[in-house]
Write a protein that binds this ligand. Structure first.
Ligand SMILES: [Zn+2]
Length: 321
């Protein structure tokens, strides 16, 4: 139950940052479990889709016209031909910002008479906590682009504002605002429990969250793919960089089916040409556990077919849901 909550909250943060709607087939199997939880909590709502076109469930790359076939709906993929559509292939979801706002307000025990306002699109003032104005934003970058809106968002506070945003995929300075406000990354500072959010105060060691978030839930990987557990690695869990986590997550998505480097790196959203590029150990780091660990994981988990130039991660093929 706890693990599902962790996945659900990580997904909620991602969908909140993204805004708009997300197609269900674009989610991993674990994320779909998280989605089910978010639907149950009424955090995610169905989004009306244009049913004339759908993402091909086979290649998950191209869109094709939807046609009523003999046994139900099919997608006419330009590459794969006629592919049957599962009803869930055509569903898409949006995360309700109102849900995030109300749960965060509850976590900080903001009294109802303190309202919440939209400062600009994607930035809200959601109340005060111990004199700290609470600012919620869709992303850290959105705030950095609209810094002028921060003083407006933090009126009536005598203490530095607290800024709540999802954690970006890239590495970020712990203090991107040089002390002018305290940043609370949503994934680290809050946990979803019993349908509500719990706040972990800055300065408090989030031991419980750390223990949960690095637990293996996607095969040997943690929910966010930043940690991997391998029995043959004697130095404990292997911590991965953002780029390495993104590559493993992309490989995981293809469920053990071999894919070209281009498809995987595109899915991972990384500029490198080949998956191994982000794992290579520079000569000055040779022999260091922190650098050798991810490379060890890559060699242990990823199968390369040199002839066809494809990559696959077998452990993603037989996932117990
Ligand atoms: Zn296709």
């Amino acid at each position: 139950m706890r693990a599902v909550n962790t996945i659900a909250w990580a997904l909620a943060c991602r969908l909140f940052e993204q805004g708009g709607s997300t197609l269900e087939p674009a989610l991993s199997d674990a994320e779909r479990q998280g989605l089910a939880r978010l639907i149950e909590l009424k955090a995610a709502k169905p989004h009306k889709l244009d049913l004339r076109f759908a993402l091909c469930p086979y290649c998950e790359l191209l869109r094709g016209p939807v046609v009523q076939g003999e046994y139900g709906l099919t997608c006419q993929c330009p590459d794969c031909g006629s592919v049957p559509l599962d009803p869930r292939d055509t569903r898409s979801w949006t995360l309700e910002p109102e849900w995030v706002i109300s749960k965060l307000r509850a976590a900080f025990e903001v009294p109802p008479q303190q309202g919440h306002v939209s400062v600009i699109s994607g930035i809200w003032r959601i109340g005060h906590h111990h004199q700290h104005p609470l600012i919620l934003a869709r992303s850290l970058d959105h705030v950095l682009r609209h810094l002028a809106s921060i003083p407006r968002a933090s009126t009536n506070g005598t203490s530095p504002p607290w800024l709540i945003t999802p954690k970006p995929l890239r590495d970020v300075d712990v203090d991107p605002f040089g002390g002018a406000l305290d940043w609370l990354p949503m994934e680290e500072r809050f946990t979803l429990y019993g349908g509500n959010l719990q706040f972990l105060a800055p300065g408090a060691t989030p031991i419980a969250t750390a223990a949960v978030s690095t637990r293996a839930v996607n095969g040997p990987f943690s929910a966010d793919f930043r940690a991997v557990h391998l029995a043959d690695w004697p130095h404990g869990q292997i911590r991965l960089s953002d780029a390495q986590a993104a590559v493993f997550k992309a490989l995981w998505h293809y469920k053990g089916k071999p894919q070209s480097a281009e498809i995987i790196m595109n899915k991972a959203g990384r500029g490198s040409t080949k998956p191994i590029d982000v794992f290579k150990v520079k000569s000055q780091n040779k022999g260091e556990v922190d650098y050798e660990g991810p490379m060890h994981a890559y060699r242990a988990l990823v199968t390369t077919d040199r002839r066809s130039g494809t990559y696959a991660m077998r452990c993603a093929a037989n996932v117990i849901a």
